[in-house]
Design a protein around this ligand. Sequence first.
Ligand code: ADQ
Length: 465
Amino acid sequence: MPRLVIVSNRVPIPGDRNPAAGGLAVGLADALTEGSLWFGWSGRRASTTSEHPAIVSAHGVTYATIDIAEIDYRHYYTGFANGALYPLLLYRLGLMSFRQEDYAGYRTVNRAFATVLAPLLRPDDMIWVHDYQLFAVGHELRACGVEQRIGFFLHTPFVPPPLFCALPRAVELLEALCACDVIGFHTHDYREAFLQCVRVLLNIEADSEATFTYRGRVIQAIVAPIGIDVAAFTAMATRNATSVAANSLMQSLGGRPLGISVDRLDYAKGLPNRIQAVDRLLAQYPEHRKRVTFLQIAAPSREELADYRGLRRELDRTVGEVNGRYSEADWTPIRHITRAIRRSSLAGFYRLARLGIVTPLRDGMNLVAKEFIAAQNPADPGVLILSRFAGAAEELTDALIVNPFDADEVANAMHLGINMPLDERQSRHKALLASIRGSSARRFCQHFLEVLSPQPVHSAEPTDV
Ligand code: ADQ
Protein backbone atom coordinates (compact mmCIF):
# COMPACT_ATOMS: atom_id res chain seq x y z
CA MET A 1 0.00 0.00 0.00
CA PRO A 2 1.67 3.28 -1.05
CA ARG A 3 2.08 6.04 1.52
CA LEU A 4 -0.01 9.15 0.84
CA VAL A 5 1.81 12.48 0.85
CA ILE A 6 -0.48 15.52 0.75
CA VAL A 7 1.00 18.87 -0.25
CA SER A 8 -1.00 22.06 0.26
CA ASN A 9 -0.31 25.69 1.02
CA ARG A 10 -1.68 25.56 4.57
CA VAL A 11 -1.43 22.47 6.75
CA PRO A 12 -4.27 21.84 9.22
CA ILE A 13 -2.19 20.63 12.16
CA PRO A 14 -4.53 19.37 14.90
CA GLY A 15 -4.60 21.80 17.82
CA ASP A 16 -3.46 24.76 15.68
CA ARG A 17 -4.61 27.88 17.48
CA ASN A 18 -5.45 29.70 14.25
CA PRO A 19 -7.08 27.20 11.91
CA ALA A 20 -8.08 28.78 8.61
CA ALA A 21 -11.82 28.51 7.76
CA GLY A 22 -11.90 26.74 4.44
CA GLY A 23 -12.94 23.69 2.53
CA LEU A 24 -9.64 21.92 1.91
CA ALA A 25 -9.05 20.53 5.40
CA VAL A 26 -12.67 19.41 5.59
CA GLY A 27 -12.55 17.54 2.30
CA LEU A 28 -9.22 15.79 2.87
CA ALA A 29 -9.66 14.57 6.43
CA ASP A 30 -10.88 11.24 5.06
CA ALA A 31 -7.83 10.65 2.88
CA LEU A 32 -5.46 10.59 5.83
CA THR A 33 -4.54 7.19 7.18
CA GLU A 34 -1.99 6.06 9.75
CA GLY A 35 1.44 6.90 8.35
CA SER A 36 0.36 9.66 5.90
CA LEU A 37 2.52 12.76 5.52
CA TRP A 38 1.09 16.28 5.07
CA PHE A 39 3.51 18.91 3.85
CA GLY A 40 3.11 22.68 3.43
CA TRP A 41 3.53 26.15 4.83
CA SER A 42 3.54 26.61 8.60
CA GLY A 43 1.60 29.88 8.37
CA ARG A 44 4.68 31.69 9.74
CA ARG A 45 6.53 34.41 7.88
CA ALA A 46 10.22 34.51 8.73
CA SER A 47 13.36 36.33 7.63
CA THR A 48 14.28 33.41 5.32
CA THR A 49 12.40 30.53 3.75
CA SER A 50 13.20 27.29 5.63
CA GLU A 51 15.57 24.78 4.10
CA HIS A 52 14.46 22.06 6.50
CA PRO A 53 10.96 21.19 7.70
CA ALA A 54 9.55 21.36 11.21
CA ILE A 55 7.94 18.01 11.90
CA VAL A 56 5.14 17.08 14.31
CA SER A 57 3.02 13.94 14.53
CA ALA A 58 -0.58 13.64 15.61
CA HIS A 59 -2.98 10.69 15.41
CA GLY A 60 -0.47 8.69 13.35
CA VAL A 61 -0.10 11.43 10.71
CA THR A 62 3.15 13.36 10.22
CA TYR A 63 2.89 17.08 9.51
CA ALA A 64 5.98 18.71 7.96
CA THR A 65 5.99 22.47 7.47
CA ILE A 66 8.29 25.23 6.35
CA ASP A 67 8.31 28.94 7.14
CA ILE A 68 8.28 31.34 4.21
CA ALA A 69 10.39 34.50 4.03
CA GLU A 70 8.30 37.68 4.24
CA ILE A 71 9.43 38.87 0.83
CA ASP A 72 8.75 35.47 -0.82
CA TYR A 73 5.36 35.36 0.86
CA ARG A 74 4.41 38.73 -0.54
CA HIS A 75 5.31 37.75 -4.11
CA TYR A 76 4.10 34.15 -3.95
CA TYR A 77 0.92 34.36 -1.90
CA THR A 78 -0.35 37.91 -1.94
CA GLY A 79 1.14 38.81 -5.31
CA PHE A 80 0.84 36.00 -7.83
CA ALA A 81 -1.38 33.31 -6.22
CA ASN A 82 -4.05 35.66 -4.88
CA GLY A 83 -3.42 38.80 -6.92
CA ALA A 84 -3.25 37.15 -10.34
CA LEU A 85 -4.18 33.45 -10.41
CA TYR A 86 -7.14 33.45 -8.04
CA PRO A 87 -9.07 36.30 -9.70
CA LEU A 88 -8.32 34.78 -13.11
CA LEU A 89 -9.62 31.33 -12.10
CA LEU A 90 -12.70 32.93 -10.54
CA TYR A 91 -13.48 34.77 -13.82
CA ARG A 92 -12.54 38.19 -12.39
CA LEU A 93 -10.05 39.38 -15.01
CA GLY A 94 -10.59 42.98 -13.92
CA LEU A 95 -9.07 42.18 -10.52
CA MET A 96 -6.05 40.34 -11.94
CA SER A 97 -2.77 42.12 -11.46
CA PHE A 98 0.39 40.53 -12.85
CA ARG A 99 3.91 41.48 -11.92
CA GLN A 100 6.95 39.61 -13.13
CA GLU A 101 8.57 39.65 -9.67
CA ASP A 102 5.45 38.08 -8.13
CA TYR A 103 5.55 35.28 -10.68
CA ALA A 104 9.25 34.73 -9.94
CA GLY A 105 8.46 34.62 -6.19
CA TYR A 106 5.69 32.08 -6.85
CA ARG A 107 8.11 29.85 -8.73
CA THR A 108 10.71 30.29 -5.96
CA VAL A 109 8.30 29.15 -3.25
CA ASN A 110 7.03 26.23 -5.35
CA ARG A 111 10.69 25.23 -5.80
CA ALA A 112 11.34 25.58 -2.05
CA PHE A 113 8.39 23.29 -1.31
CA ALA A 114 9.82 20.66 -3.68
CA THR A 115 13.41 20.97 -2.47
CA VAL A 116 12.48 20.47 1.18
CA LEU A 117 9.90 17.76 0.45
CA ALA A 118 11.99 15.62 -1.94
CA PRO A 119 14.36 14.19 0.74
CA LEU A 120 11.34 13.16 2.86
CA LEU A 121 9.89 11.00 0.09
CA ARG A 122 10.01 7.21 -0.10
CA PRO A 123 10.01 5.15 -3.29
CA ASP A 124 6.46 3.86 -2.76
CA ASP A 125 4.89 7.27 -2.02
CA MET A 126 2.09 8.80 -4.01
CA ILE A 127 2.02 12.57 -3.85
CA TRP A 128 -1.16 14.60 -3.95
CA VAL A 129 -0.65 18.34 -4.49
CA HIS A 130 -3.50 20.80 -3.89
CA ASP A 131 -4.67 23.99 -5.43
CA TYR A 132 -3.65 26.99 -7.44
CA GLN A 133 -0.90 28.14 -5.07
CA LEU A 134 1.12 25.07 -6.04
CA PHE A 135 0.68 24.63 -9.81
CA ALA A 136 4.44 24.19 -10.30
CA VAL A 137 5.33 21.89 -7.38
CA GLY A 138 5.01 18.75 -9.53
CA HIS A 139 7.42 20.20 -12.07
CA GLU A 140 9.91 21.19 -9.36
CA LEU A 141 9.71 17.73 -7.78
CA ARG A 142 10.54 16.19 -11.15
CA ALA A 143 13.52 18.55 -11.37
CA CYS A 144 14.66 17.09 -8.02
CA GLY A 145 14.54 13.61 -9.58
CA VAL A 146 11.21 12.53 -8.06
CA GLU A 147 9.66 9.82 -10.24
CA GLN A 148 6.80 8.73 -7.95
CA ARG A 149 3.23 9.28 -9.08
CA ILE A 150 2.10 12.88 -8.57
CA GLY A 151 -1.52 14.00 -8.57
CA PHE A 152 -2.85 17.55 -8.55
CA PHE A 153 -6.32 18.70 -7.55
CA LEU A 154 -7.65 22.16 -8.30
CA HIS A 155 -10.19 23.45 -5.77
CA THR A 156 -11.21 26.48 -7.86
CA PRO A 157 -12.76 26.44 -11.32
CA PHE A 158 -10.50 26.28 -14.37
CA VAL A 159 -11.12 28.84 -17.11
CA PRO A 160 -11.34 28.39 -20.91
CA PRO A 161 -8.54 29.59 -23.23
CA PRO A 162 -9.76 33.16 -23.92
CA LEU A 163 -9.46 33.86 -20.19
CA PHE A 164 -6.47 31.69 -19.36
CA CYS A 165 -4.45 33.21 -22.20
CA ALA A 166 -4.80 36.62 -20.53
CA LEU A 167 -2.35 35.44 -17.88
CA PRO A 168 1.22 36.30 -18.82
CA ARG A 169 3.32 33.09 -18.63
CA ALA A 170 0.16 30.97 -19.08
CA VAL A 171 1.97 28.44 -21.29
CA GLU A 172 4.84 28.05 -18.85
CA LEU A 173 2.45 27.44 -15.97
CA LEU A 174 0.38 24.92 -17.91
CA GLU A 175 3.56 23.08 -18.89
CA ALA A 176 4.63 22.99 -15.24
CA LEU A 177 1.27 21.52 -14.24
CA CYS A 178 1.65 18.81 -16.86
CA ALA A 179 4.51 17.26 -14.86
CA CYS A 180 1.74 15.53 -12.83
CA ASP A 181 0.26 12.14 -13.72
CA VAL A 182 -3.31 12.88 -12.63
CA ILE A 183 -5.01 16.28 -12.67
CA GLY A 184 -8.41 16.53 -10.99
CA PHE A 185 -11.31 18.99 -11.13
CA HIS A 186 -14.66 19.33 -9.37
CA THR A 187 -16.80 19.42 -12.52
CA HIS A 188 -16.90 18.36 -16.16
CA ASP A 189 -16.93 22.02 -17.21
CA TYR A 190 -13.63 22.77 -15.45
CA ARG A 191 -11.97 19.69 -16.91
CA GLU A 192 -13.20 20.62 -20.37
CA ALA A 193 -11.82 24.15 -19.96
CA PHE A 194 -8.45 22.70 -18.92
CA LEU A 195 -8.35 20.30 -21.88
CA GLN A 196 -9.22 23.18 -24.21
CA CYS A 197 -6.25 25.12 -22.81
CA VAL A 198 -4.03 22.07 -23.36
CA ARG A 199 -5.33 21.93 -26.95
CA VAL A 200 -4.89 25.63 -27.68
CA LEU A 201 -1.71 26.42 -25.73
CA LEU A 202 0.21 23.14 -25.96
CA ASN A 203 -1.30 21.88 -29.21
CA ILE A 204 -2.17 18.50 -27.71
CA GLU A 205 -5.48 16.73 -28.18
CA ALA A 206 -6.75 14.53 -25.30
CA ASP A 207 -8.45 11.22 -26.18
CA SER A 208 -12.04 10.33 -25.28
CA GLU A 209 -10.87 9.23 -21.80
CA ALA A 210 -9.43 12.72 -21.13
CA THR A 211 -5.92 11.29 -21.28
CA PHE A 212 -3.06 12.90 -23.18
CA THR A 213 0.70 12.54 -23.48
CA TYR A 214 3.04 15.43 -22.78
CA ARG A 215 6.83 15.11 -22.93
CA GLY A 216 6.52 11.32 -22.72
CA ARG A 217 4.23 11.39 -19.66
CA VAL A 218 0.69 10.04 -19.85
CA ILE A 219 -1.59 12.47 -18.03
CA GLN A 220 -5.11 11.68 -16.96
CA ALA A 221 -7.56 14.55 -16.33
CA ILE A 222 -10.37 13.46 -14.02
CA VAL A 223 -13.58 14.82 -12.53
CA ALA A 224 -13.80 14.20 -8.77
CA PRO A 225 -16.38 16.36 -6.98
CA ILE A 226 -15.35 16.98 -3.37
CA GLY A 227 -17.89 16.23 -0.65
CA ILE A 228 -18.38 16.02 3.09
CA ASP A 229 -18.79 13.25 5.65
CA VAL A 230 -22.58 13.33 5.51
CA ALA A 231 -23.37 11.04 8.44
CA ALA A 232 -20.93 12.82 10.77
CA PHE A 233 -22.25 16.26 9.80
CA THR A 234 -25.88 15.19 10.27
CA ALA A 235 -25.03 13.83 13.72
CA MET A 236 -23.21 17.03 14.66
CA ALA A 237 -26.15 19.18 13.47
CA THR A 238 -28.68 17.06 15.35
CA ARG A 239 -26.64 17.28 18.57
CA ASN A 240 -26.05 21.01 18.25
CA ALA A 241 -29.56 22.06 17.25
CA THR A 242 -30.37 22.04 20.97
CA SER A 243 -27.08 23.55 22.19
CA VAL A 244 -27.11 26.70 24.30
CA ALA A 245 -26.10 28.79 21.26
CA ALA A 246 -28.79 27.26 19.02
CA ASN A 247 -31.47 27.58 21.70
CA SER A 248 -30.67 31.20 22.22
CA LEU A 249 -30.75 31.83 18.45
CA MET A 250 -34.11 30.08 18.22
CA GLN A 251 -35.59 32.05 21.09
CA SER A 252 -34.46 35.31 19.54
CA LEU A 253 -36.35 34.41 16.34
CA GLY A 254 -39.63 33.90 18.17
CA GLY A 255 -40.79 31.18 15.76
CA ARG A 256 -40.12 33.25 12.63
CA PRO A 257 -38.09 31.91 9.67
CA LEU A 258 -34.31 32.15 9.45
CA GLY A 259 -32.16 32.39 6.31
CA ILE A 260 -28.50 31.49 6.78
CA SER A 261 -25.34 32.09 4.74
CA VAL A 262 -21.80 31.05 5.68
CA ASP A 263 -18.76 32.07 3.67
CA ARG A 264 -15.18 33.11 3.70
CA LEU A 265 -15.22 36.87 3.20
CA ASP A 266 -14.23 36.66 -0.45
CA TYR A 267 -15.36 38.62 -3.50
CA ALA A 268 -16.20 35.36 -5.31
CA LYS A 269 -18.83 34.49 -2.70
CA GLY A 270 -21.25 37.19 -3.87
CA LEU A 271 -21.92 38.73 -0.45
CA PRO A 272 -22.95 42.27 -1.49
CA ASN A 273 -25.15 40.81 -4.27
CA ARG A 274 -26.87 38.63 -1.68
CA ILE A 275 -27.57 41.62 0.57
CA GLN A 276 -29.09 43.39 -2.44
CA ALA A 277 -31.35 40.37 -2.93
CA VAL A 278 -32.51 40.66 0.69
CA ASP A 279 -33.21 44.33 -0.02
CA ARG A 280 -35.29 43.34 -3.07
CA LEU A 281 -37.16 40.68 -1.09
CA LEU A 282 -38.17 43.16 1.61
CA ALA A 283 -39.11 45.77 -0.99
CA GLN A 284 -41.14 43.41 -3.22
CA TYR A 285 -42.71 41.26 -0.51
CA PRO A 286 -43.45 43.49 2.49
CA GLU A 287 -45.11 40.54 4.27
CA HIS A 288 -41.61 39.31 5.14
CA ARG A 289 -40.73 42.50 7.02
CA LYS A 290 -40.61 42.00 10.79
CA ARG A 291 -40.71 38.29 10.00
CA VAL A 292 -37.73 36.75 8.25
CA THR A 293 -34.21 37.13 9.69
CA PHE A 294 -30.98 36.61 7.76
CA LEU A 295 -27.86 35.40 9.52
CA GLN A 296 -24.73 36.08 7.50
CA ILE A 297 -21.57 34.54 8.95
CA ALA A 298 -18.48 35.60 7.03
CA ALA A 299 -15.00 34.58 8.17
CA PRO A 300 -12.27 37.12 7.35
CA SER A 301 -9.91 35.91 4.67
CA ARG A 302 -6.72 37.26 3.00
CA GLU A 303 -7.02 40.57 4.81
CA GLU A 304 -3.61 41.68 3.60
CA LEU A 305 -5.12 42.20 0.13
CA ALA A 306 -6.73 45.56 -0.62
CA ASP A 307 -9.57 43.95 -2.63
CA TYR A 308 -10.59 41.95 0.44
CA ARG A 309 -10.45 44.94 2.78
CA GLY A 310 -12.52 46.90 0.26
CA LEU A 311 -15.06 44.08 0.13
CA ARG A 312 -15.42 44.12 3.89
CA ARG A 313 -16.08 47.86 3.90
CA GLU A 314 -18.60 47.48 1.07
CA LEU A 315 -20.37 44.68 2.90
CA ASP A 316 -20.53 46.59 6.19
CA ARG A 317 -21.96 49.56 4.32
CA THR A 318 -24.54 47.56 2.34
CA VAL A 319 -25.72 45.63 5.40
CA GLY A 320 -25.97 48.93 7.32
CA GLU A 321 -28.07 50.49 4.56
CA VAL A 322 -30.51 47.59 4.34
CA ASN A 323 -30.80 47.29 8.11
CA GLY A 324 -31.30 51.04 8.40
CA ARG A 325 -34.04 50.94 5.78
CA TYR A 326 -36.11 48.08 7.19
CA SER A 327 -35.26 47.58 10.89
CA GLU A 328 -37.86 48.14 13.57
CA ALA A 329 -37.26 48.70 17.26
CA ASP A 330 -37.70 44.95 17.85
CA TRP A 331 -36.43 43.45 14.57
CA THR A 332 -33.34 43.67 12.36
CA PRO A 333 -33.40 41.89 9.00
CA ILE A 334 -29.70 41.04 8.73
CA ARG A 335 -27.46 39.77 11.53
CA HIS A 336 -23.94 40.13 10.30
CA ILE A 337 -21.04 38.25 11.93
CA THR A 338 -17.59 38.79 10.44
CA ARG A 339 -15.61 36.08 12.16
CA ALA A 340 -15.24 32.31 11.99
CA ILE A 341 -17.46 30.39 14.34
CA ARG A 342 -17.18 26.83 15.62
CA ARG A 343 -18.14 24.14 13.15
CA SER A 344 -20.42 22.47 15.69
CA SER A 345 -22.32 25.74 16.27
CA LEU A 346 -22.63 26.25 12.51
CA ALA A 347 -24.09 22.78 12.09
CA GLY A 348 -26.77 23.45 14.71
CA PHE A 349 -27.62 26.84 13.16
CA TYR A 350 -28.02 25.29 9.69
CA ARG A 351 -30.57 22.88 11.09
CA LEU A 352 -32.71 25.71 12.46
CA ALA A 353 -32.80 27.60 9.16
CA ARG A 354 -35.64 27.62 6.65
CA LEU A 355 -33.34 28.92 3.91
CA GLY A 356 -29.70 28.14 3.13
CA ILE A 357 -28.58 30.90 0.78
CA VAL A 358 -25.42 29.92 -1.11
CA THR A 359 -24.98 32.41 -3.91
CA PRO A 360 -21.32 32.75 -4.97
CA LEU A 361 -20.60 34.56 -8.23
CA ARG A 362 -18.18 31.68 -8.91
CA ASP A 363 -17.05 28.82 -6.71
CA GLY A 364 -15.06 25.66 -7.34
CA MET A 365 -17.55 23.52 -5.45
CA ASN A 366 -18.93 25.14 -2.24
CA LEU A 367 -19.12 22.77 0.70
CA VAL A 368 -21.49 24.99 2.67
CA ALA A 369 -24.29 23.93 0.30
CA LYS A 370 -23.58 20.28 1.14
CA GLU A 371 -23.29 20.96 4.87
CA PHE A 372 -26.65 22.75 4.86
CA ILE A 373 -28.36 19.74 3.25
CA ALA A 374 -26.71 17.26 5.62
CA ALA A 375 -27.78 19.34 8.63
CA GLN A 376 -31.50 19.41 7.84
CA ASN A 377 -34.21 17.51 9.69
CA PRO A 378 -35.73 15.31 6.92
CA ALA A 379 -39.16 15.67 8.55
CA ASP A 380 -39.08 19.47 8.27
CA PRO A 381 -36.18 20.44 6.01
CA GLY A 382 -35.04 23.88 4.96
CA VAL A 383 -34.66 24.95 1.33
CA LEU A 384 -31.31 25.39 -0.41
CA ILE A 385 -30.94 28.39 -2.74
CA LEU A 386 -27.85 27.76 -4.86
CA SER A 387 -25.94 29.78 -7.41
CA ARG A 388 -25.68 28.18 -10.84
CA PHE A 389 -22.04 29.30 -10.83
CA ALA A 390 -21.05 27.10 -7.88
CA GLY A 391 -19.56 23.75 -8.90
CA ALA A 392 -22.09 22.17 -6.53
CA ALA A 393 -24.90 23.17 -8.93
CA GLU A 394 -23.77 20.42 -11.33
CA GLU A 395 -24.87 17.84 -8.73
CA LEU A 396 -27.46 19.61 -6.56
CA THR A 397 -30.07 20.11 -9.24
CA ASP A 398 -32.98 19.89 -6.75
CA ALA A 399 -31.95 23.11 -5.04
CA LEU A 400 -33.56 26.38 -6.14
CA ILE A 401 -30.91 27.29 -8.71
CA VAL A 402 -30.43 31.03 -9.23
CA ASN A 403 -28.29 33.54 -11.07
CA PRO A 404 -26.60 35.44 -8.20
CA PHE A 405 -26.20 38.55 -10.38
CA ASP A 406 -30.00 38.86 -10.59
CA ALA A 407 -31.14 40.24 -7.23
CA ASP A 408 -34.82 39.89 -8.18
CA GLU A 409 -34.41 36.24 -9.15
CA VAL A 410 -32.68 35.49 -5.83
CA ALA A 411 -35.37 37.44 -3.93
CA ASN A 412 -38.09 35.43 -5.69
CA ALA A 413 -36.32 32.19 -4.74
CA MET A 414 -36.19 33.37 -1.11
CA HIS A 415 -39.92 34.10 -1.21
CA LEU A 416 -40.61 30.70 -2.76
CA GLY A 417 -38.41 28.96 -0.20
CA ILE A 418 -40.07 30.65 2.77
CA ASN A 419 -43.53 29.64 1.50
CA MET A 420 -42.65 26.22 0.08
CA PRO A 421 -45.07 23.50 1.23
CA LEU A 422 -43.70 20.73 3.43
CA ASP A 423 -44.10 17.93 0.86
CA GLU A 424 -42.07 19.82 -1.76
CA ARG A 425 -39.38 20.65 0.79
CA GLN A 426 -39.20 17.01 1.77
CA SER A 427 -38.99 15.68 -1.76
CA ARG A 428 -36.30 18.18 -2.76
CA HIS A 429 -34.33 17.45 0.39
CA LYS A 430 -34.55 13.68 -0.18
CA ALA A 431 -33.06 14.05 -3.66
CA LEU A 432 -30.36 16.44 -2.44
CA LEU A 433 -29.40 14.14 0.41
CA ALA A 434 -29.05 11.21 -2.01
CA SER A 435 -26.84 13.39 -4.15
CA ILE A 436 -24.43 14.43 -1.38
CA ARG A 437 -24.24 10.85 -0.15
CA GLY A 438 -23.22 9.84 -3.66
CA SER A 439 -20.26 12.21 -3.69
CA SER A 440 -19.03 12.17 -0.10
CA ALA A 441 -15.58 13.19 1.09
CA ARG A 442 -14.63 9.53 1.27
CA ARG A 443 -15.65 8.84 -2.32
CA PHE A 444 -13.79 11.93 -3.49
CA CYS A 445 -10.56 10.76 -1.87
CA GLN A 446 -11.02 7.12 -2.91
CA HIS A 447 -11.71 8.04 -6.50
CA PHE A 448 -8.73 10.35 -6.81
CA LEU A 449 -6.34 7.96 -5.08
CA GLU A 450 -7.55 4.97 -7.11
CA VAL A 451 -6.60 6.76 -10.30
CA LEU A 452 -3.34 8.04 -8.80
CA SER A 453 -2.31 4.78 -7.19
CA PRO A 454 0.27 2.70 -9.07
CA GLN A 455 -1.78 -0.36 -8.05
CA PRO A 456 -5.49 -0.53 -7.15
CA VAL A 457 -6.30 0.62 -3.61
CA HIS A 458 -8.42 -2.01 -1.84
CA SER A 459 -10.73 -0.31 0.58
CA ALA A 460 -14.07 -0.97 2.20
CA GLU A 461 -17.21 0.30 0.49
CA PRO A 462 -18.15 3.78 1.63
CA THR A 463 -20.39 3.58 4.69
CA ASP A 464 -21.28 7.24 4.45
CA VAL A 465 -25.06 6.72 4.32
P1 ADQ B 1 -13.41 27.61 0.26
O1 ADQ B 1 -13.91 28.67 -0.63
O2 ADQ B 1 -12.71 28.03 1.48
O3 ADQ B 1 -12.43 26.60 -0.52
P2 ADQ B 1 -16.03 26.25 0.82
O4 ADQ B 1 -16.39 25.12 -0.05
O5 ADQ B 1 -16.81 27.51 0.74
O6 ADQ B 1 -14.48 26.52 0.71
O7 ADQ B 1 -16.06 25.70 2.29
C1 ADQ B 1 -15.76 26.51 3.36
C2 ADQ B 1 -15.64 25.68 4.65
O8 ADQ B 1 -15.28 26.57 5.68
C3 ADQ B 1 -16.93 25.04 5.03
O9 ADQ B 1 -16.67 23.81 5.67
C4 ADQ B 1 -17.54 26.04 6.00
O10 ADQ B 1 -18.36 25.47 6.99
C5 ADQ B 1 -16.30 26.66 6.63
N1 ADQ B 1 -16.56 28.08 6.90
C6 ADQ B 1 -16.81 29.05 6.02
N2 ADQ B 1 -17.07 30.21 6.65
C7 ADQ B 1 -16.98 29.97 7.94
C8 ADQ B 1 -17.18 30.76 9.12
N3 ADQ B 1 -17.54 32.03 9.07
N4 ADQ B 1 -17.01 30.16 10.30
C9 ADQ B 1 -16.68 28.85 10.38
N5 ADQ B 1 -16.51 28.05 9.32
C10 ADQ B 1 -16.65 28.59 8.12
C11 ADQ B 1 -12.14 26.11 -1.78
C12 ADQ B 1 -13.01 26.49 -2.99
C13 ADQ B 1 -14.40 25.89 -2.86
C14 ADQ B 1 -14.32 24.39 -2.64
C15 ADQ B 1 -13.38 24.07 -1.50
C16 ADQ B 1 -13.13 22.57 -1.41
O11 ADQ B 1 -13.10 27.91 -3.09
O12 ADQ B 1 -15.15 26.16 -4.04
O13 ADQ B 1 -15.61 23.87 -2.34
O14 ADQ B 1 -12.11 24.68 -1.68
O15 ADQ B 1 -12.62 22.09 -2.62
